[in-house]
Design a protein around this ligand. Structure first.
Ligand SMILES: [Zn+2]
Length: 376
């Protein structure tokens, strides 16, 4: 196994790319979808089940883990991989985004962000240096630079100011990260939906030099059209030989559109979160298992799916356990959703390698347009 972090591009189809990221903890096939393990668990899933869906890497949240159980405690207990029993690669976010969305009494300065915990009100300070320290204590394989994502709506001037602060923080993150063989540091491009700002941000990051680059500040409520508008040009500003990560995306059609535009990695709570609220994602779109139409239906959620929820259980059962508030409901639907997402990624990788992405995307949209199977 590789002792270094590296990225090999194997094939391209239009702007889309497929390849492999190698790390000492294993390979990540790209385009990759990363399930979110916020609090050192992908909710309702055992780690071996997450792996069984085809996930090569998961994401952990710095903000949540620094507050509870704390990075220092996880470090004393042998690091995040051992703590949560996931031996494969882990990417951690910088905490910046969640501080802005979850914490109270935030105060943003050049130094960093001072805030109160949403759990117990305790006071904390997150800076680029502290974020690097926490992610090191966790033992993260892919560390994210500390950045600021401006709340929308924002004026061009506010977006520019915020982006330039993030670029100064990117340099401080790079300096604090130091030289850690086998571990990667990704920079995060900001600049909202303004092409010139995106370009300026990409140039600043490339000058500093990172192991990979994220497109940040999207999937924050701007809508799919605006997001794709940025992705039509922004990935092209980034070095071709490094992985490109779109943070917090998304719905299956967001993922397909992002991959078509040259994105290599994505993460989202959607498949796991919607699994716990009775929502399933299938080749034929979204299925609401709460709906009474399923209560006598002996058919699986998706007869072509090979996940345990579809192989061994009927729609009627999935409907029943959701209605009864049984824990297995969230477990089975989360498993199915993660399995569906990983199968979609495999399909995308195969199609790019075969040069048939256009056909794959056309079939993807055609199947979804059919909608769910007819009720019995
Ligand atoms: Zn399934």
């Amino acid at each position: 196994m590789s002792q270094k972090f590296s990225f090999a591009l194997h094939a391209t189809d239009g702007a889309a790319r497929t390849g492999v990221i190698s790390t000492p903890r294993g390979e990540i096939r790209t385009p990759a979808f990363m399930p979110v393990g916020t609090a050192a668990t992908v909710k309702a899933m055992m780690p071996e089940s997450v792996r069984a869906t085809g996930a090569d890497i998961i994401l952990g949240n710095t903000y949540h883990l620094m507050l509870r159980p704390t990075a220092e405690r996880i470090d004393r207990l042998g690091g995040l991989h051992k703590f949560m029993n996931w031996e494969r690669p882990i990417l951690t976010d910088s905490g910046g985004f969640q501080v802005m969305s979850l914490a109270s009494l935030r105060k943003l300065t050049e130094e960093g962000v001072r805030f109160s915990s949403h759990i117990d009100g305790s006071k904390h300070m997150l800076t680029p240096e502290r974020s690097m320290e926490i992610q090191k204590l966790l033992g993260s394989d892919i560390v994210m630079a500390f950045d600021e994502c401006p709340a929308l709506p924002a004026t061009d001037d506010e977006v520019a100011k915020s982006m330039r602060l993030s670029m100064r923080w990117a340099q401080r993150s790079r300096d604090a990260f130091g030289d850690r063989p086998g571990h990667a540091l990704f920079g995060i491009m900001q600049g909202g939906v303004t092409r010139e700002l995106r370009e300026e941000s990409a140039e600043a990051l490339t000058r500093i030099g990172f192991d990979g680059y994220a497109v940040g500040g999207l999937a924050v409520g701007e809508g799919q059209e605006a997001m794709f508008g940025v992705l039509d040009y922004a990935p092209g500003f980034l070095p071709e030989d490094k992985p490109r990560y779109l943070m917090g995306v998304g719905k299956p059609d967001d993922i397909v559109g992002a991959v078509e535009r040259g994105i290599d990695m994505m993460d989202c709570v959607l498949p796991s979160r919607s699994g716990r609220t009775g929502q399933a994602w299938t080749r034929r779109g979204q299925v609401n298992i709460k709906n009474a139409r399923h209560q006598d239906d002996p058919r699986p959620l998706d007869e072509a799916c090979t996940c345990p929820a579809c192989r061994n259980y009927s729609r009627a059962y999935l409907h029943h356990v959701f209605r009864a508030g049984e824990m297995i409901s969230g477990m089975l639907l989360t498993w199915h959703n993660l399995h569906y997402y990983q199968e979609l990624m495999q399909g995308l990788r195969d199609a790019i390698a075969a040069g048939s992405l256009k056909q794959f995307v056309a079939d993807f949209h055609a199947q979804r347009a059919m909608g769910d199977i007819e009720p019995l």
